[in-house]
Design a protein around this ligand. Sequence first.
Ligand code: CAP
Ligand code: MG
Length: 408
Amino acid sequence: MKYLDFVDLKYKRRETDMICSFEVEPDGISLEEAAGGVAAESSVGTWTELTTEKPYVKHLAARVFKLEGHTAKIAYPIDLFEPGNMPNILSSVAGNVFGLKALKNLRLTDIDIPDILVKGFKGPKFGIEGIRKLLKVPERPLVGTIIKPKLGLKTRDHACVAYEAWIGGCDIVKDDENLSSQRFNPFEDRIVQTLESRDKAESETGERKVYMANITAETKMMLKRAEYVLDHGGEYVMVDILTCGFSALQTLRNQNLNLVIHAHRAGHAAFTKNPNHGIAMQVIAKIARIIGVDQLHVGTVVGKMSETKQEVLENINALKTKMHGLKTVMPVASGGLHPQLVPSLMANFGRDFVIQAGGGIHGHTNGTAAGATAMRQAVDASLNGIALEDYAKTHSELYVALKLWTPS
Ligand code: CAP
Ligand code: MG
């Protein structure tokens, strides 16, 4: 089969087909041939016709069934894939194709995995509903912080900063994406001491508090650390899902541990940021949901990272839209956030999300606890439709935060 043999604009997609949308920018060949090339190289074909081809292979060929502008929709017959094996699926549809010389740029913008394949994965264990039940926070956005500085704090100091954040009003405290078990803050000591801080903060505030321990490591070690968190009364783990890889994430989820999985996406922008090439974040979001994370970073629109409003709304939609009976995933807004941004965050996210701030809490002039309180005050004001400036007149922590971070 030649590249053009993989183009069939009369093809009627089947319910069991996987459907991928690509933005295709050819280099020196026609758009149709380039789109056919993507279908070929991501299914059964290669750059030339094969003498080894058997007629029974043809039914496995992916088909370009729609070509509008530079958007190609490709249908992949289900038998191309091994059920329950996400790396295998991605090695086809998100594998070699990005490197073809015949393509100037190629971007996988969306993926629709059929019910029969989704059933091979666990999906989220808790989802938005389960997390709200666990934290006993029925409605408002959750407030979280990342321990800062990212690295370097000794275990004792880490646990103290966590305590301050919880006492000030944070629901969630998490490790930063690059903290694992370095000499200055070994994993097991950190778990014990930080969960002690959590318990103390819970008994003093009467609020449920959670700690998202970063278990990112070699897979066996990651499972051991997840068990350690569970054995010491932890309820959440966090994983850098892209640097760990979907295989490791699947292994963790398939243990079916009674732990909420928070997914950090460190490294995503290497292939999600360039609007003409790579993989759109909403594709990653759907994959992570199908495998079974409970929370995922989706961008902020207003913070320090570069995602557009449209991209962030697409990411949120990928986590919350109806999808083959899967639970929803809690979107996480993080990156350069501070109290002044809460109203615009809620305008884009609604109430079902986590507002996660590191610098925007630990950078507060009066310290971490005041920073956390200011963030809660901003949420309370926004929930009640009160302008932050007005609320700040009677809430000093918020007043200080607005002074500090409101652009002049
Ligand atoms: C935020 C953060 C998060 C990023 C991740 C950081 O800290 O801890 O890792 O938000 O990006 O290390 O930058 P600040 P994204 O609150 O101090 O900015 O959420 O876009 O994946
Ligand atoms: Mg971070």
